[in-house]
Design a protein around this ligand. Structure first.
Ligand code: HAM
Length: 419
């Protein structure tokens, strides 16, 4: 039988790569917890009409990229916000003053695969419900700035914009349609199609031939209603005041229809075309549009795949986890008792990461494996150690002399690596 391969755009994440993933996801979720967010775990599959209604029928995500099941009634989630909103309404989670939620996991979009763009990709996302003011927009941005610092990522560009209210957006849409219709002969095929369905997305076009036209298009910032303009100014003021740099990009419109007011993206120039590593914004009308009580909301999602690529690109990937000690057993009786000794060692030295040699092998072969494991010490269990309840400790990283200690005293020399 010919070998079955993985599905295009759905790569395996291998054990040798996973430490970067844990680093990103771990830092992100710990920070979210520190800012008062709590995890919500949601199914990967939802009713298709949830996404059609929340994200918008004419968006690329809904019109081209969803994976359908059961004759189209169900879909794999292409993003997390719609499911969170569904759950918040179903369980009345936003009944309190404010509710902060985070989630993480795979999302699915049938996109053209390239570096940084996959069909199964991973997000860590966060949503806040019940707070209309600019403080929370700013806090999310500051929290993300802190996350990049913790991860060691530098050089990200923060772009912000405001899309106003549904009404001011509708007015802007008409102005934009008028403008592009006046220049119809200059539109490329994609933009021509978007003119009818989703004219704001023309501003996102990367086509070189469109750039002049886009540069001269009326901007949404000029069309903002007074309250949205005030809100946007207040967000900028708070972010600026906390020392985080950003640029206002009046052409930032986002590809999902639910946004209102603040939108933002964190972008790197290190990953080519797929440079947005995190994106989000406000969606004050979404909960109500989905059948809930009027509840403002906002959030973001970061692309874990892209952040991992960026860590590699910037050469700041954390060292992979290694055991503290590698337990080697020499001889017949020690080989039979080694697991028991390893358990005893774990009991005695709390937190010690012990890898036990499995599958036997000569003394030399076991030492080779010990070295390869990355452990700092090899612990040798021979006949005499077994008889005396001791272990011989041999440093694998320097020439320190070997020592033999009773198992309960091993911790005096070999301390668990603080993680
Ligand atoms: P999004 O911009 O569609 O927004 O995705 C957020 C992030 O997910 C992107 O900036 C990118 O890093 C990553 N991403 C998206 N598609 C792919 C892909 N095909 N391959 C790899 N990474 C990808 C949302 O999903 C919104 N739900 C964000 C949000 C939450 N807005 C408010 N709350």
């Amino acid at each position: 039988m010919s070998r079955v391969r993985s599905v295009t755009g759905m790569p395996d994440i291998l054990p040798d790569q996973i430490s970067n993933w844990h680093w990103v996801e771990g830092c992100a979720t710990r920070l979210l917890d520190d800012y008062g967010y709590r995890e919500l775990r949601l199914p990967l599959v939802e009713h298709t009409r949830l996404f059609t209604g929340a994200i918008g029928e004419s968006t690329d995500v809904v019109s081209k990229e969803m994976y359908h099941l059961e004759g189209g009634k169900l879909s794999l989630r292409p993003e997390g916000t719609a499911g969170v909103v569904r759950s918040v309404i179903a369980h009345n989670l936003a009944a309190q003053h404010a509710r902060k939620i985070w989630y993480s996991g795979p999302m699915f979009r049938h996109e053209r695969q390239q570096r940084g763009r996959y069909r199964q990709f991973y997000q860590v996302g966060a949503e806040v419900f019940g707070l209309p003011g600019p403080d929370v927009d700013a806090e999310q941005i500051l929290m993300l700035a802190r996350l990049w610092k913790r991860l060691g990522i530098t050089g990200l560009r923060l772009e912000v914009n405001s899309l106003g209210t549904a009404e001011s957006r509708a007015a802007y849409r008409s102005t934009l349609v008028e403008y592009f219709a006046d220049h119809r002969q200059e539109l490329d095929e994609d933009s021509e199609r978007r003119l009818e369905q989703n004219p704001l997305r023309i501003l996102d076009s990367k086509a070189l031939s469109m750039q002049h036209l886009i540069r001269n298009a009326p901007t949404i910032v000029d069309a903002l209603d007074a309250e949205s303009a005030e809100h946007f100014a207040a967000v900028q003021d708070r972010v600026h005041g906390a020392g985080v740099d950003f640029i206002v990009n009046p052409r930032l419109v986002r590809g999902l229809d639910y946004y209102s007011r603040t939108v933002f993206e964190w972008v790197t120039d290190q990953l080519g075309a797929q440079g947005t590593v995190c994106a989000g914004g406000r969606y004050d009308g979404l909960v109500q549009a989905q059948g809930g009580k009027p509840t403002p909301g906002l959030g973001f999602a970061m692309g874990v795949d892209r952040l991992v690529l960026l860590l590699e690109e910037l050469n700041i990937a954390p060292a992979p986890k290694v055991p503290d000690v590698y337990l080697v057993a020499v001889g017949d009786a020690p080989g039979k008792r080694v697991l028991q000794v390893a358990e005893r060692l774990r009991d005695e030295v709390d937190g010690l990461v012990v890898e036990t040699n499995l599958g036997g092998g000569s003394f030399k072969a076991q030492f080779k494996r010990a070295d390869k494991s990355g452990a700092r010490y090899a612990l040798v269990l021979g006949e005499s150690e077994l008889a005396d309840g001791t272990l011989t400790i041999k440093s694998l990283r320097d020439d320190a002399e070997q020592t033999t200690l009773p198992i309960e005293r091993v911790g005096e020399l070999v301390r668990p690596d603080p993680k």
